[in-house]
Write a protein that binds this ligand. Structure first.
Ligand SMILES: [Zn+2]
Length: 115
């Protein structure tokens, strides 16, 4: 490899349609798929496969060649609307009381410091 700039960064794991797991990468510059030569644009996600000869994960596979689902906890979690918000209980009277107390806290503390 030439140059110090990485071409891609590993951002997590993908669940492949074949049932296996594969490391998931994001392109940091335009790359091309090792199998179909389709462009993998900057920011696109792709997976890698081991090169049979070297055993190193040098074979880039675009999403067309190696369909995958992003494992949970990755971008899905960032992009999807939060679903657990509805499940949260409404604020209880205790919360309001605690907020009031925390507002009073500094005043009480400074009052104590003056003594
Ligand atoms: Zn491809």
């Amino acid at each position: 490899m030439t140059g110090g700039r990485p071409h891609s960064e590993r951002i997590g794991e993908a669940r492949q349609d074949t049932g296996g797991r594969a490391a998931l990468y994001r392109a940091l510059r335009e790359l091309s798929c090792s199998r179909c030569a389709r462009a993998i644009r900057e920011g696109e996600l792709f997976t890698r496969e081991e090169e049979p000869a070297s055993g190193l994960p040098l074979v880039r596979l675009c999403r067309n060649c190696a369909p995958f689902d992003q494992a949970k906890g990755l971008l899905e979690a960032l992009l999807a609307p939060r679903q657990d918000e509805e499940a949260q209980p409404p604020p209880s009277p205790n919360d309001a009381r605690e907020k009031a107390l925390s507002r009073l806290g500094p005043a009480l503390a400074s009052g104590r410091r003056k003594r």
